[in-house]
Ligand binder design. Structure first.
Ligand code: GLU
Length: 377
């Protein structure tokens, strides 16, 4: 059954592969050339089969730190940025060298959180990636760590790779790291830990299996991998978590072999714009709603009307993405608002017919229309 389902990977036309720092660099900060060569050979082979391949690679900061003679990962932002500036060049140089040996062209793409959160930049990034794929180029993507500061950065590449997979409508996301996959316990501590071969749905139990960040150079841990798999699943993308060290691991995944852990996509994939609202857009404020409004949205898929609103937090304008929070303080939805925070403050709790009397105008009945809303993120 599992094997059969995995055979669909063989016909995947567009694949995103993410590789973690610890898989391509040694703890010394020097590159693991064998690993990078093997990675590039496998990706080039998939590319030669006519598939679109995108690589999301970490390792800029670790490699840069190694070249600068720092021990371990730099701590301050300027030191990280400086290390990334040095390391990104080294990384790209080695990828370019290996890809060109196989006659494949690679193109560097550096993204920040704002390239996702700003709708215009998001669409620009998508156009760029599509253009690269059309030219037969393998995009080699990383966060733009040289300019990113903590407040605006994604901070780890698991999330970045899932957002990229959604951005380009990939069928498959392969997350490679130094772990075999998702296990029933932490295999570094518990010898009885077993590999979970497939996750049909990301439940709270699955989330509770995630420990903290693992290695010295990387920043991701199981938690970010599961969260990335969730973003991918809602975007209609399958995710496979597997070990970069295993020989020909990407080709094994594509051949449907039972390696690593597969997270299957949700049956109700979010349309592209809703994916953006749910996972990329910057959240500018909060709208608090009562139980009745929460139930109307969650159970009946209704739009949010002013009558169910109990409060508003933050300052935002029409068209901003906001979080909609239930009486128990849990986020129940995210959506694009048709009214500003100041207007919502004036019309909260009132009937729709009173909007124009209070504001002097009424452009919409709904504060957040259901077409602009994503439930249960
Ligand atoms: N962008 C970071 C780097 O290249 C890595 C982030 C991560 O470890 O996921 O060093």
């Amino acid at each position: 059954m599992t094997e059969n389902k995995r055979s669909r990977f063989n016909i995947a036309r567009r694949i995103v592969v993410k590789v973690g720092s610890s898989s391509i660099a040694y703890p010394t900060g020097k590159l693991n050339l064998f690993q990078i060569e093997s990675l590039v050979r496998q990706l080039s082979n998939l590319h030669n089969q006519g598939r679109d391949v995108l690589l999301v690679t970490s390792g800029a900061i670790g490699t840069g730190a190694g070249r600068l003679g720092l021990s371990g990962r730099p701590r301050t932002i300027p030191a990280k940025q400086a290390a990334a500036a040095v390391g990104q060049g080294i990384l790209m140089h080695i990828y370019e060298k290996f890809f060109s040996e196989y006659g494949v062209t690679a193109g560097q793409v550096l993204l920040t959180r704002e390239d996702f959160s700003d709708r215009r930049r998001f669409l620009n990034a998508r156009n760029t990636l599509h253009a690269l794929l059309q030219f037969g180029v393998i995009p080699v993507i990383n966060e733009n760590d040289t300019v990113a500061v903590d407040e605006i950065k994604l901070g780890e590449n698991d999330t970045l790779s899932a957002l990229v997979a959604g951005l380009v409508d990939a069928e498959l996301l392969v997350l490679l790291s130094d772990i075999q996959g998702l296990c029933t316990a932490d295999p570094r501590r518990d010898p009885g830990a077993c590999l979970i071969q497939e996750v049909p749905e990301i439940t709270p139990e699955i989330e509770s299996l995630a420990g903290g960040a693992g290695s010295k150079l990387g920043t991701g841990g199981m938690a970010t991998k599961i969260s990335a798999a969730r973003i991918a699943a809602h975007s209609g993308v399958s995710t496979v978590l597997a070990c970069a060290d295993e020989k020909d691991i990407i080709l094994k995944v594509i051949n449907g072999e039972l390696v690593g852990t597969v997270f299957w996509p949700c049956s109700n994939k979010l349309e592209n714009r809703k994916q953006w609202i749910a996972y990329s857009a910057a959240v500018c404020g909060k709208i608090r709603v009562d139980e009745g409004a929460a139930a109307a949205m969650l159970k009946h898929g209704k739009s949010l009307l002013p009558s169910g609103i109990t409060g508003v937090e933050g300052q935002f304008e029409i068209g901003s993405t906001v979080s909609i929070v239930g009486p128990d303080n849990q986020e129940i939805a995210r959506g694009i608002t048709s009214y500003s925070s100041a207007e919502i403050d004036q019309i909260k709790g009132v009937q729709t017919r009173e909007i124009s009397r209070i504001l002097g105008h009424k452009d919409y009945d709904e504060i957040v229309h259901r077409n602009n809303m994503v439930l249960n993120l």
